[in-house]
Design a protein around this ligand. Sequence first.
Ligand SMILES: Nc1ncnc2c1ncn2[C@@H]1O[C@H](COP(=O)(O)OP(=O)(O)O)[C@@H](O)[C@H]1O
Ligand SMILES: [Mg+2]
Length: 463
Amino acid sequence: MSRPQSLRYQLLLRLALPLALIVCLDAALSYFVALHYADQAYDRWLLDSARSLAQQVKTKKDKVTFDLPPIAVEVFRWDDVDKTFFKVESTTSGFMAGDKALPSPDIAALEKERPYFSDVQIQGKPVRAVSVLTAPTTSAEDVLVSVAETLNKRRGMMGEILLAVLLPQVLLLLISGLHIWTGINRGLRPLRDLARAIARRSGRQLEPIADSGVPLEVRALTDTINALLQKLAGAMAAQQRFVENAAHQLRTPLAGLKIQAERALRANDRESLQPALTYIKSSADQVSHLSTQLLVLARSESVQQGPRHFKALDLTRIARDCCMEWVPKALERDMDLAFEAPEVAVSVAGNTTLLRELLGNLLDNAIRYGKLGGHIVVSVNSEPAACLKVEDDGPGISEQESSRVFERFYRIPGTPGKGCGLGLAIVHEIADLHGADVRISAAERPPGGTCVQVFFPELLAPL
Ligand SMILES: Nc1ncnc2c1ncn2[C@@H]1O[C@H](COP(=O)(O)OP(=O)(O)O)[C@@H](O)[C@H]1O
Ligand SMILES: [Mg+2]
């Protein structure tokens, strides 16, 4: 069995993970945007330096010159974090001033006055450089002014930006995570409370769970549980009634048995013993019949399978065998028991023992309550679906009584004999198990009697 998944962790995963992802993405984006603008500011400073150097390029007698007093060079180079380099060179006469080590870009690829930024190396150290090609107006020569600086300031700034961006994001993530965690815990509290309330109940406390204060989403669960509790309470009450009825039914013949046994004990001769013994036998029969019926009911109630799990059976054969067994009983009441069925097998999904019990109860009723010397017809039909029918020519069952007779222990007032009122309840239970429908109507042939029909569901797969 797989371990149940924690709703709390699932919620946390689904809320916190995307949040963490968004925060990381946002941090990365902010970092690169900030870096871009900071880089641009440093590049602008580099370009300004190059342009101010370019202004020192003059033309004297058609020759370009570059004059920068040493103090100005010192001011230009002064920086306690980075090293600054410059180079001024003419396109025709070559190097004029500055650091020779600073590499020059390909002049052919440069446009005049348009800065060219590049990442190069001086003595193995990476530097950022900008070159501007300028042309003093009175000269035919072009002059290339390049300025470069090491990357210390830029790298330091990268670290600062990273810290400035990451710190608030991490804090945000922590605070949101905490908030989500407490939110989930608070959100799940009604479920925990519900579980505790149910766990505290005893097996007999079946009143509905109070749903005031229960959130809407949990209400569906409490409604379902309450509906189940209601069904359970109904079933328990029915069970209680059944036990009471059964005890009552057993008590009557047992009380009679006791009185008659005492009378038998007092009897002196065989003749006065006879009526007591006859009564004792009939009471014992009654108790035995009742206990058999109770057993059948209990057994059919405990069958958990539905019609899908039953085996396919031939209803004709079961009905014919059962009728044969009941012929002697019918003859005792001078009755004619006929059986009608098609030539072919009529398939139903079912349990043979239970189906025999069902037909046995219907035949028992027909023989018991049918007309003395009358007719009983048992028939099996296959069209449109399998159907079992038992008809007699007795007094019949009125429409008002036809649903009540299925209740446990119910007997129509004035019914002769000492039945216990469980026969049709058993028929109903077994039919239910087979997904079948039981209907009582007035018999047509002969008219006026009882006709009980059991309609079986259609077989999904043929035999
Ligand atoms: N074939 C029948 N003809 C007339 N009445 C019937 C017939 N079958 C059942 N009944 C009536 O239905 C009642 C319930 O039947 P059942 O549940 O078999 O209990 P029981 O036979 O033990 O009385 C019977 O008491 C009887 O009044
Ligand atoms: Mg009966």
